[in-house]
Design a protein around this ligand. Structure first.
Ligand code: ATP
Length: 284
């Protein structure tokens, strides 16, 4: 039995450059890891089958689950005729813009490599992961990275300075596909990714806060006004910087000082009882 941590990610920057012929958007993203995680436990089975179990029933527990698809691909790719049970201990909200499913797929690939003692590199796992979803390669590497192509080309970069991340997820799920389909890539105001990379290199926290940006935000905010409401409140409560993650609906706030974190959490508790709230560390 092997257990692997599957952490969530946030996008410090998400820029969409243009729509490609294959209908994917060419993107430029800076992704980093936060300490909110699922745990993937793989256990060998006698029968040659893949069984998914979880504490969370709002995601599919069958062949539609990304962990199932990861196991199926791994078995095919390495010619393995063995069975496995995959238990997903879920804490990352589903369809939240935090790459929960992609992170589960990445952790499943890593766990199966260990379980079945397969000799392969992390780069090979990331390449396999790209067949499952654009965010899976980043989740295989973890840390902080710049992601290009459709998000699957990963170049690791240094960690941003330490800070707290408050995640607020309203009780709605947002489909990434729906948001990308509604996006007009020609209307996007592009981000200062180079500037952001320099700030990360220089551990310039304020510079990072000033350059947060997400091209998908406008589309999601228009459709789901609750996301704008959460953003406005977090700014009002004194967060250092606030942005929607991925295609939403989760909004994250960066906060450096612990006293400020406590004050903001108190304000949130007084007004946002209906939303899911996590205060975690940035661990990228
Ligand atoms: P991303 O940020 O990569 O776009 P997300 O955080 O918005 O992803 P996920 O939590 O990965 O969204 O869920 C997206 C869809 O995938 C949901 O509709 C969910 O039912 C389905 N899904 C399949 N497998 C999983 C899994 N292991 N965990 C979460 N969702 C899963």
């Amino acid at each position: 039995m092997i257990t692997i941590k599957a952490p969530a990610k946030i996008n410090l920057a998400l820029d969409t450059l243009y729509k490609r012929k294959d209908n994917y958007h060419e993107v430029e993203m800076i992704m980093t890891t936060v300490d909110l995680a699922d745990y993937i436990t793989v256990t060998p089975l006698e029968k040659n089958e893949i069984v998914i179990k979880s504490n969370e029933f709002t995601m599919p527990l069958n062949e539609k689950n990304l962990a199932y698809q990861a196991a199926q691909l791994f078995k095919q790719h390495f010619n393995i005729d063995k069975g496995v049970e995959i238990y997903i201990k879920k804490r990352i909200p589903v369809a939240a813009g935090l790459a929960g499913g992609s992170s589960n797929a990445a952790a499943t690939l890593k766990a199966l490599k260990e379980l079945w003692k397969v000799d392969c590199t992390i780069d090979e796992l990331a390449e396999l992961g790209a067949q499952l979803g654009s965010d899976v390669p980043f989740c295989v590497y973890g840390g902080t990275a710049i992601a290009t192509g459709r998000g699957e080309i990963i170049q690791p970069i240094p960690s941003p300075p330490k800070c707290w991340v408050i995640l607020i997820k309203p009780r709605i799920g947002v489909s990434t596909k729906e948001i990308y389909e509604a996006l007009d890539a020609n209307q996007v105001e592009h981000l200062d990714i180079e500037g952001m990379l320099k700030c990360i290199d220089n551990k310039d926290y304020q510079g990072i806060c000033d350059r947060l940006g997400n091209s998908l935000e406008e589309v999601t905010l228009e459709r789901y006004p609750v996301v704008a409401e959460i953003k406005n409140k977090l700014v009002q409560f004194g967060a250092d910087a606030v942005l929607m993650s991925g295609s939403g609906p989760t909004v994250f706030a960066l906060v450096r000082k612990e006293y400020k974190l406590r004050r903001i959490i108190n304000s949130i508790n007084g007004c946002f009882r209906e939303h899911e709230v996590h205060a975690v560390r940035l661990i990228g």
